[in-house]
Ligand binder design. Structure first.
Ligand SMILES: Cc1cc2nc3c(=O)[nH]c(=O)nc-3n(C[C@H](O)[C@H](O)[C@H](O)COP(=O)(O)OP(=O)(O)OC[C@H]3O[C@@H](n4cnc5c(N)ncnc54)[C@H](O)[C@@H]3O)c2cc1C
Length: 216
């Protein structure tokens, strides 16, 4: 259910609050814009994130300003935006963008112990499913020097636009080209590290990732 703060007021028919819609948008990317306020200055920083059931996970160096603010249980805003197309209308004013976006408001909680270890796995698996079992696990030093913050998914909203332009009725007679220019994120073929072990082959989970994303 939306709260007073997360109720979409502008074009409310585009708002969605069900977890299936919100989760599908969150699971389609691993980059979020995280908004904080530090000493009265608003800052929005790009970050890797993962969804872990009913919470979002963020990680970074405990020494960074961003992480300092996050562990102080300050209120933060996490925004995720997927762009699906440029919408070209007959009138300049009705040009638009097809998009799916999510906004999460909440306070971070720092994770420790087994929960923190599990979070590392989720962060890697959210980005590339299958990868956790195919890399070295974090050692004691890496674990100590990485902070993990969880933000509950209790106050979240989605907003989506799909479909063709919505012109004023009298403008449909105009001859200008109108429609949607689809935009997608392309996945290219994996580029092996030149220092790879000579016997290392492309793992199946990576082939699946590329195939699922329509890459070559
Ligand atoms: C795709 C992506 C994913 C990232 N994922 C993570 C992550 O998971 N965890 C993490 O801790 N960090 C991540 N970063 C880096 C993050 O955006 C910050 O740069 C970093 O957290 C340091 O923040 P800070 O406030 O301590 O930086 P400071 O160095 O204290 O910031 C000082 C100033 O530097 C500038 N600045 C800082 N960061 C950026 C930036 N990204 N772009 C442009 N200007 C900047 C701003 O003007 C800022 O006010 C990611 C960056 C990118 C681009």
């Amino acid at each position: 259910m939306p709260t007073k703060r997360t109720t979409v007021r502008r074009l409310p028919e585009r708002g969605a609050y069900d977890r299936a819609t919100i989760d599908a948008i969150l699971d389609a990317t691993c980059i979020a814009s995280v908004g904080i306020v530090e000493d009265g200055t608003p800052l929005v920083l790009p970050m890797v994130f993962a969804r872990d059931g009913d919470r979002l996970l963020l990680h970074g160096s405990p020494g960074s300003r961003l992480q300092r603010v996050l562990r102080g249980s300050a209120e933060v805003c996490v925004a995720v935006t997927l762009i699906d197309g440029l919408v070209l209308a007959r009138s300049a004013a009705h040009h638009s963008v097809n998009f799916r976006s999510v906004l999460v408001l909440g306070r971070g909680v720092e994770l420790e112990g087994a929960d923190k270890q599990r979070a590392f796995e989720r962060i890697v698996e959210h980005a590339v499913p299958g990868r956790w079992a195919d890399c070295r696990q974090p050692n004691a030093h890496e674990t100590k020097t990485t902070q993990v913050i969880a933000i509950p998914l209790t106050e979240a909203s989605a907003k989506l636009r799909t479909g063709p332009p919505k012109d004023d009725e009298e403008d449909y007679a105009l001859p200008h080209w109108a429609g949607v220019l689809p935009l997608t994120q392309a996945v290219g073929g994996p580029v092996p590290d030149p220092r790879s072990h000579p016997e290392t082959e492309l793992p199946a989970y990576l082939m699946r990732y590329v195939e699922r994303s329509g890459g070559r």
